[in-house]
Write a protein that binds this ligand. Structure first.
Ligand code: UDP
Ligand code: MG
Length: 316
């Protein structure tokens, strides 16, 4: 069975069409399916419309969250409830067209565990496109794992992969990051992201920023390590600068018209400031290193994930 997980927040104008398009595309898959709409605290008629459809077609299921928990939480809730041995995540606004699913499903049948979509064209404004483009490249630089470029949440996964993701206990979930983190055999598939079918984007700038920083900070503590490295470099610089100032004082050396003896106390103050700055930066770096390690631990992610056992019982 295929489970189609769809987070929806105030998507009353799109859900009926979404349902229609999924049903229309479904014969090609030659598989049973369930549509799992996760209503993320919608305040419009999204749930009512789903209920109406659900009354005539039990393949449409709805999980209604008690309030708006955000897209990533909604996707996670949907994955928790998905029963299928093939699971797909798509948006409710038809930006990820159901007609495109077939080649993804075929790849899973070919033996891939995760087939994620790579967006080739975005029908969005230039500012958004540039930001996304830059973001994914920064994320790749910073994150300690290989998060594929330009791939969103739209994907098809084998049920085992979803079970594994469900077992990761962290609360602040960046789904596409967790998906790469769990590993297994993954491949990308290019597709053109459509424009929104109806309604307004539910991500505003603040939410996008939150998503973007979740991606970076949940998967790396390189920014903290950066403090450490910058601290060491600056500390080195401070030591050299202090030495220079002492030499300048002792040799009574005038540099660009300035002689340290012109201002009393210059040498001692400069040395104090530089030494303290160096110590400070290195100490911050050390703290950062510990915070980073704490952070890794509190996420409670498993240290490894077993893909397959041979000649061994599965429940070890
Ligand atoms: N969404 C959600 N909760 C939110 C925001 C968005 O469930 O708080 C859903 C939304 O209904 C849509 C999907 O997440 O199905 C993607 O949202 P949107 O289209 O606004 O994002 P974009 O396509 O601009 O990245
Ligand atoms: Mg959208």
């Amino acid at each position: 069975m295929i489970s189609i997980v769809i987070p929806a927040y105030n998507e009353e104008d799109g859900v009926a069409e979404l349902y229609r398009r999924i049903v229309e595309a479904s014969p090609a898959w030659q598989e049973e399916f369930e549509i799992l709409i996760v209503d993320d605290g919608s305040r419009d008629r999204t749930v009512a419309i789903c209920e109406e459809i659900g009354a005539t077609d039990t393949r449409l299921k709805v999980i209604s969250l008690s309030r708006n928990f955000g897209h990533q939480a909604a996707v996670s809730a949907g994955l928790m409830h998905a029963k299928g041995n093939i699971v797909t995540v798509m948006d409710a606004d038809l930006q990820d067209p159901p007609e495109e699913l077939l080649p993804f499903i075929e790849k899973i049948r070919d033996g891939w565990d995760v087939v994620y979509a790579i967006r080739t064209k975005r029908k969005e404004n230039i500012f958004k496109r540039i930001s996304y483009w830059a973001y994914y490249r920064i994320l790749k630089r910073l994150a300690t794992l290989d998060i594929p470029l330009d791939s969103g949440d739209f994907c098809v996964m084998r049920g085992e992969v979803v079970d594994t993701m469900n077992r990761l206990p962290e609360r602040n979930r960046f789904v596409r990051g967790l998906r790469s983190w769990v590993g297994f055999r993954q491949t990308g598939m290019p597709y053109e992201r459509e424009a929104r079918f109806a309604g307004e984007p539910k991500y505003n700038f603040r939410r996008l920023l939150k998503l973007a920083s979740d991606g970076i900070f949940n998967f790396s503590y390189r920014p903290l390590q950066f403090i450490m490295h910058a601290g060491l470099v600056l500390a080195g610089f401070c030591v050299f600068a202090a030495m220079f100032i002492v030499i300048q004082y002792l040799t009574n050396w005038t540099v660009i018209g300035f002689n340290p003896r012109d201002a009393r106390g210059w040498t001692s103050i400069m040395i104090t400031v530089l030494a303290l700055a160096a110590v400070n930066l290195v100490c911050l770096g050390i703290l950062g290193e510990y915070i980073g390690r704490l952070f890794e631990e509190v996420k409670h992610r498993p240290t490894w994930i077993v893909k397959r056992r041979i000649n061994m019982p599965d429940n070890l």
